[in-house]
Design a protein around this ligand. Structure first.
Ligand code: ADP
Ligand code: MG
Length: 849
C-alpha cells in the first residue's frame, strides 16, 4: 500500500478507536490534509481520490459521530475501489511507537484502581499567600500527541558518547518483567534511553494550591482535599443519579457533584485524598463543583516532590508505578547523558546542560527549573533545524549555475507592454531575481505575496530573461485550471519575445499525440517554456536546456515533485511562489534555506473586499446584492463545502443547489457549475466560459480556491463558511477584488448559532493575509502552515513551539554563529554535535526547494 494511504488508514483506525471523536490528530483530522495532500501526490495517488479525501476531511469536524463513521467508511470504500490492496485486513497491533490515543484523551482519573493513599494522611498546609489560582496553566495544557517518538529519533539524544547502558531493555529494571516491558513498549519505551525522553504529559503543582476557604464563585481552580462523605442520590425518578461528596482540606469543605457516574460511589472512599479541578459553582448559597476532573493523590508526593509529573498511561500500569520507575531511571541516568551541544553554545545561549534538563523535565524542583528544562529541550529542536536549513542553503549554493542577464532596455520594453505599472513590491522582486540569475549560483527563492498581489507577471518576466538567453523554463501549477491561466498570461506577457508555438501547455488531458510533440520540442529546444501540472515532470519529459523552474502555490506540491522538476535540468534556478502568507517565525524556521522576496503591496486601485457574515435566513440579502452586481455586468462565485449530499451531511451541496439555484432562484441568469469530480477538460471549459462572461454565476466547490483570476468577478458567496479554515477563506475571498471595482465577500453560516466564529470574525476585520495568517497561527496552531515542508521535522517538535519567535531567533543566531566558525563541525569541541546532527539530518529530512 502506498505510504500516504497507509498513513490514512492508521489515522482512520485511531479515529475509530476513539469513537469518531475527531481526536486521532490533535486539532482534528482535517489537520492532516496539508501534509497528506502533498504526500499523496508524491505517491502518485489519483487526483480524484485525493480530492475525495480532502473534501471529506475538511468538513469532518462539523459532523455528528454517526455521520463521521459513515464519512470515513464511505471514503475508505471509495479508496478501495481504486486501490483494492488497501482493503486487506490491517495488522492488529498498533504501529510501533504509537501509544493508544485513549490514554492521552482519558479523563484525569487513574486508569486503574487508584493507589490507595494512607487514610487520614495529613495534607500539607496550603500556603495562604498563594492567592491567585493555582496551576491552571498545567491543567489546561493540551495533551501531547499520542505518538511518543523513540529516543533515537530525538535530536541530540544519541551519540557515540551516550552510555551503552541506555540501550538496555527495560527488563533490566527491578520489578519490570516481560509483561511490563511489553506494556511500556506500547507507550514507546523500549530502552532506558527511551524512558529519559518519555516526557510527562503534564504536572500537578502541589506547591501552589488554593485553600478551600478562599475559593470564590465562578473561578476555575484545582484543590486537594480528603473525602469526608459520599452519597448517591437518584434523580429523574430513578433514571439517573448524582453522587455527592464533600472534601475538606482543613480550611473548609467543598461539595462535589458527579452526574450519572454511579461507579464513582465505589471509587471514592472516605479519607482518600483527591485533587479536583473545575469551575466553582453555587448551589443553595454554597460553593460546589459540578463533575470536576479528579485524580487520586499520592500523598507521599505532597511531602517530597511538590511538582509531580503526570505521564500518559496505558492499561495495566498506573501513575504511581510508572512514576517510581521513572524516578529510579531518571535520577541515575539523566546526570550521565552526554550533551552534544558544545559548551560554548550552551553558555552563549544560556541554556542548561542536557542532563539537568532531563532531570528537571521529569522531576522539577521548581517552576523556574521546569521552564529552563523545557527551554533547553526546545532550543535543541529548533537549533538542529536551523543548522539543517543553513547547511541546505550552503549546499545549494555550492554548485555553479549558468548566469543570465538582460539589459535594462529589454526589461523596460517588457514593462511598457503591460496594461499596468508594476507595484514597487513587484519591481523589488524582479530586481532580486535578476541579481540571483546573474550570480553564478542557483537561485533558490521563495516569492511570497498575498492573493492578487501579482506574482504571475514576476515569474513571466523571469522566464523571459531565461528564454532570451536561449535556455528553457518550466512552470508547474497545482491544477489544470491554474496551469491554463498561466499559459494564457505568459503567452500574452511574452508575446513580443516568444512565438506562440514556443510556449506550450502540458497537462494530464493533453492528447497523447500533442504530448509527444511537446516532448520532442522540449528535447530539441524548439519549445522554450512549458507550463503545466505535474504532467510536466512525468518520466519521459526531457529538456535540452532547462535553466529555470517555477513552482506556483508551492505548498500544494510534495518535496519529491519539486526535486523532480529541478532534476530535469542541471542546477537550474528555482522560484517557488506562494500566496500563503507565512508568519515571520515560521518563515525563519521552515524556509530558512530559501531567500525570500515578500510582496506586501497590492496593485494600485484595489479596494478592500467588504466582508459580511450572514445567518442562513439572511441568504436572500446575499442574493439581492449578487443580483445588483450582475446587473452592473459583474460576475459572482457561490462556493459550497461539498460536492453532493451522498454523505447525509447537512452542508449545502454544490450539485444539488446548482439545480435549485439555476431553476428557481436565478432562472433569468446563466450559471456554471464546477467541482472536483469533473474531468480537468470539463473544468477548464467551465472556467474559460466564466472568464469569457458566458456565465454570470459560477457555482463551485473549493476547486477555485487557488490562483484563479477573473478580475470581473466581484461577489464571493461562501456557503457553510464556518466549515472552512481561515487560510482557505482568505484564498477563496482572493478570487474577487482582483480588479479595481468594489468587491464583496458574503460568508453564510451553516447554523445561526455558529456565529461566534473567531475565524469569520477575523475575516470581516482584515483583508491582509499576513494579519490573518498570524491569527490563524494563534487559533489553529502551526499545522496549517507546514504543508509537506519539513513536516517530518515539525511534527517531531515536542517542546518547541513554532510560534515562539524569541526562541527561534535565539536558536537561529546561535546556529549562524556556529556555522560561521565551523560550518562542517570539524572542530573537536563540535564532534558530538556533528555526530548528532548527522544522525538527524542524514535521514533526508527536509529539502531545499
Ligand atoms: P497572484 O499573486 O494571486 O498570483 P496574479 O498574478 O494572478 O496574482 O495577479 C492578479 C491580477 O492582478 C491579474 O489580473 C493581474 O493581471 C493583475 N495585476 C498584476 N500586477 C498588477 C499591477 N501592478 N497593477 C494592476 N494589476 C496587476
Ligand atoms: Mg497566482
Amino acid at each position: 500500500m502506498q505510504p500516504s494511504l497507509e498513513k490514512l488508514r492508521k489515522f482512520f483506525r485511531l479515529e475509530h478507536e476513539n469513537g469518531y471523536a475527531n481526536t486521532a490528530i490533535i486539532g482534528g483530522l482535517a489537520k492532516m490534509l496539508d501534509f497528506w495532500e502533498g504526500e499523496a501526490r508524491a505517491d502518485g495517488i489519483k487526483e480524484e481520490v485525493i480530492q475525495a479525501v480532502v473534501q471529506r476531511l475538511r468538513s469532518y469536524d462539523g459532523l455528528s459521530p454517526q455521520s463521521r463513521t459513515d464519512a470515513l467508511k464511505g471514503l475508505w470504500k471509495r479508496i478501495g475501489d481504486t486501490y483494492p490492496d488497501t482493503q486487506q485486513k490491517p495488522r492488529q497491533n498498533p504501529p510501533e511507537g504509537q501509544s493508544k490515543p485513549r490514554d492521552v484523551q482519558a479523563p484525569r482519573e487513574e486508569q486503574q484502581k487508584p493507589t490507595p493513599s494512607q487514610p487520614q494522611a495529613d495534607l500539607p498546609k496550603p500556603d495562604p499567600s498563594a492567592s491567585s489560582g493555582p496551576r491552571p496553566e498545567q491543567r489546561e495544557q493540551k495533551p501531547r500527541p499520542p505518538v511518543q517518538p523513540r529516543s533515537e529519533s530525538v535530536v541530540g539524544a544519541k551519540t557515540s558518547a551516550t552510555p551503552a547502558a541506555l540501550d538496555a531493555k527495560l527488563t533490566v529494571l527491578q520489578g519490570v518483567g516481560p509483561r511490563h516491558a511489553e506494556t511500556l513498549a506500547k507507550l514507546g519505551m523500549y530502552t532506558l534511553g527511551d524512558m529519559l525522553y518519555y516526557f510527562p504529559r503534564r504536572y500537578d503543582d502541589y506547591s501552589q494550591l488554593k485553600p478551600i476557604k478562599d475559593l470564590f464563585y465562578s473561578e476555575q481552580v484545582t484543590v486537594i482535599g480528603t473525602i469526608q462523605s459520599v452519597h448517591t442520590r437518584p434523580i429523574r425518578g430513578g433514571k439517573a443519579s448524582i453522587i455527592e461528596t464533600i472534601i475538606s482540606d482543613g480550611t473548609g469543605g467543598l461539595r462535589l457533584s458527579f452526574f450519572n457516574q454511579p461507579w464513582l460511589a465505589n471509587r471514592f472512599k472516605q479519607g482518600d485524598a483527591i485533587s479536583v479541578s473545575g469551575k466553582i459553582d453555587q448551589y443553595l448559597g454554597r460553593l460546589v463543583m459540578n463533575s470536576p476532573d479528579w485524580e487520586s493523590v499520592d500523598v507521599e508526593n505532597l511531602h517530597t516532590n511538590r511538582i509531580v509529573p503526570i505521564y500518559s498511561l496505558t492499561e495495566k500500569i498506573n501513575q504511581k508505578w510508572l512514576r517510581n520507575l521513572m524516578k529510579q531511571v531518571i535520577e541515575y541516568w539523566a546526570p550521565n547523558v552526554a550533551d552534544a551541544l558544545p559548551e560554548s553554545v550552551r553558555n552563549s545561549a544560556r541554556v542548561v546542560p542536557l542532563g539537568e534538563a532531563l532531570l528537571q523535565i521529569h522531576f522539577p524542583d521548581s517552576q523556574e527549573k521546569l521552564k529552563a528544562a523545557r527551554e533547553r529541550l526546545a532550543f535543541d529542536e529548533i537549533f538542529y533545524l536551523q543548522m539543517g536549513v543553513l547547511r541546505q542553503k550552503r549546499d545549494w549554493k555550492s554548485v555553479d549555475a549558468r548566469r543570465f542577464s538582460i539589459s535594462d532596455e529589454w526589461l523596460a520594453s517588457r514593462l511598457t507592454g503591460l496594461p499596468f505599472t508594476l507595484t514597487s513590491a513587484q519591481q523589488t522582486a524582479i530586481a532580486d531575481i535578476r541579481v540571483d540569475l546573474d550570480s553564478g549560483k542557483p537561485m533558490n527563492r521563495l516569492l511570497q505575496g498575498d492573493v492578487g498581489s501579482g506574482k504571475t507577471v514576476v515569474a513571466a518576466i523571469a522566464a523571459g530573461v531565461i528564454t532570451s538567453n536561449g535556455a528553457q523554463a518550466a512552470i508547474m501549477a497545482p491544477t489544470s485550471i491554474l496551469a491554463e491561466q498561466h499559459y494564457r498570461s505568459f503567452t500574452d506577457l511574452l508575446k513580443d519575445v516568444l512565438k506562440p508555438e514556443e510556449i506550450r501547455l502540458l497537462i494530464g488531458d493533453t492528447p497523447e499525440a500533442e504530448k509527444e510533440e511537446i516532448r520532442n520540442g522540449l528535447a530539441s529546444n524548439t519549445i522554450k517554456i512549458v507550463i503545466g501540472t505535474h504532467a510536466v515532470i512525468e518520466g519521459p519529459v526531457q529538456f535540452a536546456e532547462l535553466q529555470f523552474a517555477v513552482i506556483d502555490e508551492q505548498h500544494r506540491f510534495g518535496v519529491e515533485q519539486r526535486a523532480e522538476l529541478r532534476s530535469k535540468g542541471t542546477n537550474p534556478h528555482l522560484l517557488v511562489m506562494t500566496a500563503t502568507p507565512i508568519p515571520r517565525s515560521l518563515a525563519l524556521t521552515l524556509y530558512g534555506d530559501l531567500d525570500i522576496s515578500i510582496m506586501n503591496e497590492m496593485p494600485v486601485g484595489r479596494q478592500p473586499i467588504n466582508t459580511y457574515v450572514l445567518r442562513p435566513q439572511e441568504r436572500e440579502r446575499a442574493f439581492t446584492l449578487l443580483r445588483g452586481q450582475i446587473k452592473d455586468k459583474k460576475q459572482a462565485f457561490i462556493i459550497y463545502p461539498l460536492i453532493d449530499e451522498s454523505e447525509k451531511i447537512e452542508a449545502r451541496a454544490a450539485v444539488d443547489d446548482y439545480e435549485t439555484l439555476s431553476k428557481e432562484v436565478f432562472p433569468d441568469l446563466k450559471l456554471g457549475l464546477l467541482h472536483g469530480r469533473m474531468r480537468p477538460a470539463e473544468k477548464d471549459d467551465v472556467m474559460l466560459k466564466f472568464r469569457d462572461k458566458k456565465f454570470d454565476i459560477l457555482v463551485s466547490t473549493t476547486v477555485v480556491e487557488v490562483g484563479v483570476d477573473v478580475p470581473n468577478a466581484t461577489v464571493m458567496v461562501i456557503e457553510g463558511a464556518d466549515r472552512f479554515g481561515l487560510a482557505q477563506l482568505h484564498q477563496l475571498r482572493g478570487r474577487v477584488g482582483r480588479g479595481s471595482d468594489q468587491s464583496y465577500c458574503l460568508l453564510i453560516l451553516t447554523h445561526e448559532d455558529n456565529s461566534e466564529n473567531e475565524r469569520l470574525q477575523a475575516m470581516t476585520e482584515s483583508n491582509d493575509g499576513f494579519v490573518l495568517a498570524e491569527k490563524d497561527l494563534q487559533i489553529r496552531g502551526p499545522g496549517e502552515f507546514l504543508g509537506t515542508r519539513q513536516s517530518g521535522y515539525a511534527s517531531g517538535l515536542r517542546m518547541a513551539s513554532i510560534t515562539d519567535v524569541k526562541l527561534i531567533e535565539k536558536a537561529r543566531t546561535q546556529a549562524q554563529k556556529l556555522f560561521e566558525q565551523d560550518a562542517d563541525l570539524s572542530k573537536s569541541e563540535n564532534s558530538l554535535l556533528a555526530e548528532a546532527f548527522g544522525r538527524f539530518w542524514g535521514e533526508g529530512k527536509g529539502d531545499v526547494s
